[in-house]
Design a protein around this ligand. Structure first.
Ligand SMILES: Cc1cc2nc3c(=O)[nH]c(=O)nc-3n(C[C@H](O)[C@H](O)[C@H](O)COP(=O)(O)OP(=O)(O)OC[C@H]3O[C@@H](n4cnc5c(N)ncnc54)[C@H](O)[C@@H]3O)c2cc1C
Length: 621
């Protein structure tokens, strides 16, 4: 088995991991390895949306903005730590301009000003975009830069275990898919950038190959926060893509059919809305109110998510968007003023949804054509899907894990967002985390403190347990189906409170069985994923069940349902607290901590300068 030792190991090459590797190299951390399933893997390079958003500090014209105002917006999402919010605001411009300078084509005007638009949960016009593939553009620019900087990259590696010695991280054991063998990388520092939990849900808009790996860190004892806070919304399933923005604003026809996808075709939204003008106005709003939001039911646009869910999950039917004809006897005069004016201004009060889409956003049609779906000849199947986890691993203002020393969770696997977040702030947070972790490592973690002999012993134990689990005969597909369906049924946008404890117990049972019985060696790659995903699904369900037991109620994208299936109202007190959860090798510890406030330091220049010069900005030695 190959074994090596580096100062810093970066796991994952999405927008966050790439940025961290580049920044580390720039800051002189040369003993560095970027280890990844592949440069073309993960969410950032494989996903996007109608207009994929990057959220940053407002820097256009005379509209005032400041780090503190932006931090306040992050903080207002609820269950957010104010100090992290301030960091993500303060580094926003620096990280954004870094991407601009690397060649990411964010649009500016002839004076060089970066214009913005309003996104969800955004009081100002701070959002920007390069079009449907913003995060891919970021990755492509970062990959060029990482290569030019000479960062060592190991692809086709899937981390199977994180090595822990005492209270610290010590590297990772990875499966090398090229050589079909395990290898060990010991590391003084581990930057963990494995993305969101894409493999957890049956209904998911994460790219099909992206599974995530938060379970590895949870099992190793890294504390998590805000795990129940995720985003769910309408997405196409044959090719996974959010049907947000113009896909909704052109007012497609919502059809449901029998399970065969053909028979018993119905415009099911009309049963609920009765009034076609109101129904079409709600469809329009769904364009920029994309995530399911408990505040937007029963009278708002999220009612559409519920009705789609009822057709698919409850009645076992299938739901499609049809762009070839208008819905419910469309009359533009009957639309809400907002929808009518928007369509009038866009010159789109005519024709079919497809003709309007061709006028307003032709690229949206090409996008599906590029994935072998022709909106002119076929309807588009959709479902309510998991899209993003606002929670994740817990860390301090330098993105150091709160329980595992020398371990830096960044990107989507870091849970800095709360109940809701402005659209686009995930990409900002990933870049900020990368900068901060790299800066901390470069300034504080270059010397070798790892007890290598102890790390080798820990790795041997992990490896032998892992190998034992690869002589079983469980069916990885059946297990994956089981935990994904459990997550969609109990941890999705609808959460039946009385059944959550049972779901968490069932999750634990599955984990025990899988670890006891194992999978065939020929399924090693799938087995590695299942072990950590199943572990994660147990911890997520524990976190959700605990939230329900505390009476937090419905909030964000998660509706807690009573016995009658009605959403339980939110107890807003909990917006002032963050839910922490940790596994200690035997049991789970879960509880609330009050949100740390937004710091408001005086900012006296001489003092800041001194603290910067003497390094006390990194905390006590
Ligand atoms: C449809 C959709 C639309 C979105 N739209 C927006 C938007 O408009 N604005 C916004 O801000 N955010 C958006 N997001 C969220 C955002 O895209 C992600 O949060 C972000 O791209 C995650 O970046 P990351 O670097 O953390 O992870 P990823 O890009 O997912 O990268 C993770 C990396 O880790 C690697 N990896 C994972 N597990 C292992 C393992 N075990 N071993 C080795 N390597 C591993 C992967 O291969 C990959 O290289 C959207 C997400 C989706 C799904």
């Amino acid at each position: 088995m190959t074994t090596r030792k580096v100062n810093t190991l970066v796991i994952g090459s999405g927008a966050a991991g790439l940025a961290a590797a580049l920044r580390l190299k720039t800051l002189g951390v040369h003993d560095l390895l970027l280890l990844t399933e592949g440069l073309r893997r993960g969410t950032s390079i494989n996903t996007g949306s109608d207009k994929q958003t990057y959220y940053k500090l407002g820097i256009y014209g005379a509209e005032p903005d400041s780090p503190e105002l932006l931090a306040q917006t992050f903080f207002d999402g609820g269950s957010v730590h104010g100090d992290t919010a301030l960091v993500e605001a303060a580094l926003s411009v620096r990280c954004f301009m870094n991407l601009v300078n690397l060649g990411v084509p964010f649009p500016c005007d002839c004076y060089g000003q970066y214009a913005g638009y309003k996104t969800d949960h955004d009081p100002k016009r701070r959002a920007t975009s390069c079009g449907p593939y913003t995060s891919r553009e970021m990755c492509l620019a970062l990959i060029r830069a990482v290569r030019a900087a000479g960062v060592e990259i190991a692809e086709q590696r899937t981390v199977a275990e994180l090595i822990r010695v005492g209270n610290r991280a010590a590297g990772a054991i990875a499966w090398n898919e090229e050589c079909k063998a395990f290898e060990t990388v010991f590391a003084e520092n581990t930057v963990f950038a494995v993305g969101g939990p894409g493999g957890l849900y049956a209904s998911s808009v994460y790219p099909a190959g992206h599974l995530g790996a938060i379970g590895l860190a949870l099992k190793a004892g890294a504390e998590a926060q805000g795990l129940p806070e995720s985003q769910f919304g309408l997405a196409s399933t044959k090719f996974r893509w959010n049907v947000s923005g113009t896909y909704m604003q052109v007012l497609p026809r919502f059809l449901s059919t029998a399970a065969d996808g053909r028979g018993d075709e119905r415009e099911f939204l009309l049963d609920h809305f009765k009034d076609a003008g109101r129904m079409n106005s709600m469809i329009f709003l769904k364009g920029y109110q994309w995530p399911f939001d408990v505040r937007k039911v029963p009278d708002g646009s999220s009612m559409i998510d519920l009705l789609v869910h009822e057709e698919t999950a409850v009645k076992g039917r299938r739901v499609f968007l049809d762009f070839r004809s208008n819905t419910g006897g469309l009359d533009f005069a009957q639309l809400s003023e907002e929808a009518r004016v928007y369509l009038e201004k866009s010159g789109a009060c005519f024709g079919t949804p497809l003709e309007r889409l061709r006028k307003m956003n032709p690229g949206a049609i090409d996008l599906y054509r590029d994935h072998n779906i022709d909106l002119a000849t076929e309807p588009l199947e959709i479902a309510v899907c998991a899209q993003h986890n606002n929670g994740g691993l817990a860390a301090d203002i330098w993105y150091r894990s709160t329980t595992l020393d020398h371990f830096f969770p960044i990107g989507e696997v870091n849970g800095s967002h709360g109940v809701c977040r402005p659209g686009g702030s995930a990409l900002n947070a990933g870049q900020v985390g990368a900068f901060r972790a790299a800066e901390y490592i470069a300034n504080r973690c270059r010397t070798e403190t790892l007890d290598l002999a102890a790390a080798e012993k820990a790795a041997e134990l992990l490896l032998s347990s892992l190998r034992d689990r690869l002589h079983g005969n469980r069916d990885w597909r059946a297990d994956r189906r089981e935990f994904q369906q459990r997550m969609t049924r109990y941890g999705g946008h609808l959460r039946p409170v009385s059944q959550l404890r049972g779901a968490a117990d069932e999750a634990r049972r599955l984990v025990d069985e899988m670890y006891r019985e194992g999978y065939p060696e020929s399924d090693t790659l799938h087995a590695i994923a299942n072990f950590q995903l199943a572990f994660a699904h147990w911890i997520y369900l524990e976190a959700i069940a605990f939230q329900a037991d505390c009476g937090v109620g419905s909030r964000g994208s998660g509706a807690m349902l009573d016995e009658a299936g009605k959403p339980i109202p939110e107890n807003p007190v909990y917006r002032g607290f963050v839910e922490n959860i940790r596994y200690d090798g035997g049991s789970v510890h879960v509880g609330w901590v009050p949100c740390r406030p937004i710091p408001r330091p005086e900012g006296w220049f001489e003092t800041v300068w001194e603290e910067y010069r003497n390094g006390s900005i990194y905390g006590a030695l």
